[in-house]
Design a protein around this ligand. Structure first.
Ligand SMILES: N[C@@H](CCC(=O)N[C@@H](CS)C(=O)NCC(=O)O)C(=O)O
Length: 197
């Protein structure tokens, strides 16, 4: 299977961490792809976004929540809790982590526009989403698991890692001791270490 990827994408990282956690990473052939270059990715994913997965039977899957669930299935499950409260919590945390990444990415893209073309109100709005998302995570950090990873913890770790990559000048750790401690512990896992951008 070919995983269309970019080394800095937090959404791709989620998929890779799921695969490593379940021991199926060797089944994913990493295929470098620039989502913005119109270099063929759109033929696989009409949205031209990574991650996208070309299956061995020629089928295609895209969008990280779908790919993570597919990888979970491939690896015998365990990262998506069965129906019940734990599942809703894990899925909500996935949405929160993905939303932080989306908001951070939109700021990065806006910041790449020519100075006169940047929309400061849009940058501010997305920055507010990141900050509010981090506050929500700090408030529930004591219930994030450090040893039993679900898709919730994996996505939150990817979001924090992405902030470290792109916004190291605005350290998210300041004023968030619980989340800081959790991330320090989780960062020792081989799946997190080996996918660090
Ligand atoms: N909701 C998507 C988001 C994927 C996404 O935004 N990927 C970025 C790279 S980090 C991308 O390919 N962007 C290209 C674009 O927006 O055109 C997912 O979870 O997979």
């Amino acid at each position: 299977m070919k995983l269309f990827f970019s080394p800095t994408s937090p959404f791709v990282r989620k998929v890779r961490i799921c695969a490593i956690e379940l021991g199926v990473e060797n089944q994913l052939e990493l295929t470098a792809s620039n989502a913005f270059a119109e270099d063929g990715l759109r033929e696989v994913n009409p949205l031209s976004k990574v991650p996208a997965l070309l299956l061995d039977d020629g089928g295609v899957l895209y969008d990280s929540p779908v790919l993570c669930e597919y990888v979970d299935h491939l690896g015998g499950g365990g990262l998506f809790p069965p129906a019940g409260t734990a599942r809703w919590t894990a899925l909500r945390r996935q949405a929160l982590g993905d939303g932080i990444c989306d908001a951070a990415l939109r700021q990065v893209l806006e910041g790449r526009r020519a100075e006169g073309d940047q929309h400061q109100d849009e940058i501010d709005r997305q920055a507010l989403a990141v900050r509010a998302g981090l506050e929500a995570l700090e408030a529930e950090a004591d219930s994030l698991s450090s040893d039993r990873m679900t898709i919730g913890e994996i996505t939150v770790a990817c979001a924090l890692g992405y902030l470290d990559l792109r916004f190291s000048h605005q350290d998210w750790r300041i004023g968030r001791p619980m989340l800081t401690a959790w991330f320090a512990t989780i960062s020792n896992r081989p799946s997190i270490q080996s996918t660090k951008p």
